[in-house]
Design a protein around this ligand. Sequence first.
Ligand code: MOS
Length: 703
Amino acid sequence: MLKEENDRVDGFLKVTGKAKYFAEYELPGLTYGVLVTSTITKGKIISLDTKAAEKAPGVIAVISHLNKPSAAAYEQEGGPQMKIFYTDKIFYNGQPIAIVIANTFERATYAASLVKATYAKEEFNTDFEKALKDPKAKKLQGQADYKRGEENAYKTAEVKLEERYFLPIETHNPMELHGIIADWRPNNQLTVYAKTQGVKATQGTIANVFKIPMENIRVNSEFVGGGFGMALRTWPLEIAAIMASKHIGKPVKVVITRMQMFTMVGNRPATIQTIGLGANKDGKLTGITHRAYGETSTYENFTEGVVNMAKFMYQCDHVNTSYAIVPVDLGVPIWMRGPGEATGAFALESAIDEMAHALDMDPLDFRIKNDPETDQQKNKPFSSKNIKEAYKIGAEKIGWHNRKNKPGSLIEGPWQTGYGVSVGVFNANRGKASVKGILKADGSLLLQSATSDIGPGTGTGMTLIANKLMKIPVNKITFELGDSSLPPAPSQGGSATLSTVGSAVNDVCVALKSAIAELAANSNMDATSNFVEVLKKNNLPQIEITKESQGGKEKDSYSMYSFSIHFVQVKVNKLTGVVKMSKIVSVGDSGTIVSPKTARSQMLGGAVGGIGMALTEESIIDHRYGRYINNNFADYHVPVNADVPEIDVNFINKPDPYINPMGAKGMGEIALIGFSAAVANAVFNATGKRIRTLPITPDKILA
Ligand code: MOS
């Protein structure tokens, strides 16, 4: 419970270890599942010898395609495409081919090592660049082509540029490993403790795969140790655990290894983009062309919004985009914070900086000059947009006046200083959610919804919305989430939870207030009476209201986006090529800030993720074997404290008049989107080197 207005509701539980994550549930008779994975990249399993594993101490069962227990939906059209244990086919290296269940984790791990597979290998390709060049390789349309005005108008512009940008595979590395505890009872009642961004989505997927009613399934996921998008779907490994529990009649826990996090639960796909920009000599954009190719798997397609931003972020009459996906022999990708937009913004916001340089303009002036008054793609006004004000705040805080437009101008010993700026933007979504509110005569309010919290502070935000409306002290409000039996809410993704679930909290509070006012009037009480007095006078221990809430027609009239501006100062070492982040100023333009502490944390986290994306993160594959070679924390570098400078977080904090009752737009994605371009732009300003391939490692600076 909150002690002070701006505390996190679960802060105390988290820092004292009292918050219980999925893997910490101790169920009676709990068993442990360990996955055996393919050691080839493509082909067929010829034989699978599980005898030694089955005889190993403590082993209860080994499940594979040889003894697949029934999972009804697998036999149907439209079921999950990665049919775990239902095929002898291998689609990628590290694909689960069997699960060993034992009475301890160590015994399951040992027994899993005894399972021997032989394969018929086939030719494969995990190299995205190679697939792109291969005329025989499939190229599937990822999004409809877009055209406004003339196609490729940049080609005939007074000043033009065309550049290619490469983003490698990035892997989600939340602290918490992925997994599930599944407890299937003989009467087909299933309880799971899961790591998921959506308890209702998980419940729905399981119901669909195993063909049991939703009501038979309870999904618990109260605390999640980070998600970043990887927990927005139910993965084959989870289906394997449920299958195993059904098969042996005992609860089964599966927690995958850090190495398996690189192959079993998706990643941000590698993407190649070309941007063509045209401008007149006065610095007005006259043409934008954005083409992208994203990586996908051979067994399932994944698409994201890589080219969205180019369609509306800048005033320009001639814009065209295209986006295709190219299958390679790897596991299917998934959204990763800021999903496609973060990928697209790296290219577009780098190119914008390159154009400003070509025009010999300050990139900030160039952006302001091309800032649109309305959304030209949707042909609608923005519901709210305070970009120019955000530019001004950020420029002042970072000390933009110290920047020299000529690259390589600020040198002190071996250190070259540079400044960079970029914009981030993401759809301001609002979905449909239900919240139950129980107002009690003891003065407390209980709110319930089957939403999630992967870290942004859902409970805190909801508590503060209720606190403001009901004038109930924060320590008397409880918000329950992460349980599929609560009133339905969407998954936590796409920066929409506060907007969606917060609106339902708002509506429940408004309804509770009017219910109390009516009770007061009916019992001849003063309209200002406290709800505790009103309930007591009416002999009511509590009143309870459930509200479903969703957006109306406002999206028909307005274009709704959240915006962010990232300013960075970097120092680049001439001798070593090392890039040090020396200062970060982020400005969020996301409507009302409901919860200042957690909102600031969102921006901090986005900047830290952005440093990783810009400077260190890259999942590297040895294409001879189709295997990741840096699938661990020693070799896959995520930023640590020493990499992170002072981050100055600012918010415009003006309500959006249309999005929802709070006037609050989402923040999770904009905290990261665009950040990597700000760093690339600052590196260019420091050194005159334009790096178009992430991450910006010292070898690229020195090359
Ligand atoms: Mo986010 S990539 O919508 O979890």
